[in-house]
Design a protein around this ligand. Structure first.
Ligand code: NAD
Length: 368
């Protein structure tokens, strides 16, 4: 809908805009001349990023519809009607799989899924009235390919993609362009990065992390998102392997489920499956296995978007521990088992692998 220069002076809102993918999106839109609202639960970081791009910082917990309402009101007050709304903020599982408490399930559902609906309710009517607008949804490869991610993360990311599809189907002819960013591992707080301390030793030099091979930078995600918006493409896959795995899943669903079940069991070692209650951890205590739940309190989430907010980077390790190493451990363990499935992916006839591939990402091998 927008041409090359049309983002200039547009009003763009980015939730979770103070760190990681959201920060990169905010900077990218600002570089295009847009007025950017940096919305985040982390006030200090939101202020710093907004100051850097001459945008507007707004403290907002997207898990609360009233706060999304207030966010849109502030954005409109500062820059006029919202042209682009990026529902980017997301969190990892707070609970141990099926044994999660109702509160834990409620929290992740509000933040990762319902926030997308609430944002659309706020901005779409005015976009339609004005002839169009953009919804950018940061989702995850976990929405296309279920893997070792936690229960809440998997369910909410699938739901978010379902909502995005529904919006695209019902609003495309009314001028609404939906773009879904579905990356695998990205170098952000969810992978242990702390952008407040970039002088610290580069975690990409970590030998464990180095074996993962295709942790992409948030800037690549932002660039590819804008490219897709311009081309009116819905799906953005910074890791080509995700598209291939999605095709494989669609080609033979039962076989894919069987194979993935085997792979997840290998990944978990002797464990019989995800936590279902018997090993419910004490809140605040890290679980022994990186593939199991580690409680993260809301207060630690609010104060940092760093590792404590990890979703389990969507390689999709189910770890939500407070440190990089266990997360990486799970990712690396997952890698071993994805090597086998990667071979199957290579065998997909080229004619079936019609999902677009970015030429910029090489050596992608860690998706599920
Ligand atoms: N990093 C990955 O490997 C990866 C992979 C696939 C998908 N994603 C998705 O990308 C999105 C962004 O995550 P990221 O990787 O940039 O992580 P990040 O931790 O670097 O940034 C997340 C930002 O969201 C903010 N936030 C958290 N909860 C919020 C809430 N309730 N309201 C408002 N802001 C909130 C945090 O303060 C932080 O600034 C998430 O939706 C995540 O699920 C990440």
């Amino acid at each position: 809908m927008f041409g090359e220069m049309e983002l200039r002076e547009r009003c763009v809102v980015v939730t979770g805009g103070a760190h990681g993918i959201g920060r990169a999106l905010a900077e990218r839109f600002a570089a295009e001349g847009a007025h950017v609202v940096v919305a985040d639960v982390n006030a200090q970081r939101a202020e710093r990023i907004a100051a850097r791009i001459e945008g507007l910082p707004v403290v907002c917990d997207v898990g609360d519809p009233e706060q999304i309402s207030g966010l849109v009101e502030q954005a409109v007050g500062a820059y006029g009607p919202v042209d682009v709304f990026c529902s980017n903020a997301g969190i990892g599982d707070r609970g141990p799989g099926l044994a999660s408490t109702r509160e834990q399930i409620d929290e992740i559902t509000r933040v990762n899924l319902l926030s997308h609906l609430w944002a659309a309710q706020e901005v779409v009517p005015s976009m339609v009235e004005r002839g169009g607008g953009y919804l950018v949804q940061t989702i995850s490869s976990a929405s296309l390919i279920t893997g070792p991610s936690g229960m809440g993360y998997t369910v909410t990311k699938h739901g978010a993609l379902g909502f995005a599809e529904w919006m695209a189907l019902n609003y495309a002819h009314l001028g609404i362009t939906v773009t879904c960013l579905c990356p695998n591992a990205v170098n952000t707080g969810m992978m242990g990065r702390n952008e407040d301390d970039e002088s610290a030793s580069d975690e990409r030099d970590d030998p464990v992390r180095a074996t993962i091979g295709d942790i992409v930078e948030p800037e690549l995600c932002a660039d590819m998102t804008l490219e897709a918006m311009r081309e009116g493409r819905v799906l953005v896959l910074p890791h080509p392997r995700v598209g291939e795995a999605f095709l494989r899943k669609a080609g033979d669903y039962d076989r894919w489920l069987e194979g993935t079940n085997r792979r997840l069991r290998r990944l978990r070692g002797s464990s019989d499956g995800p936590s279902h209650g018997g090993d419910r951890p004490v809140p605040g205590q890290r679980s022994a296995s990186p593939l199991r739940y580690s409680a993260v309190s809301s207060s630690s989430r609010a104060s940092s978007s760093g590792p404590s907010g990890c979703p389990t980077a969507s390689t999709e390790s189910a770890s939500c521990s407070g440190r990089l190493a266990p997360t990486m451990g799970a990712v690396t363990a997952g890698l071993a088992s994805t090597q086998a499935t990667a071979k199957v992916a290579r065998d997909i006839p080229a004619s079936r692998a019609t999902l677009r591939r970015p030429s910029t990402v090489a050596n992608s091998r860690s998706c599920q």
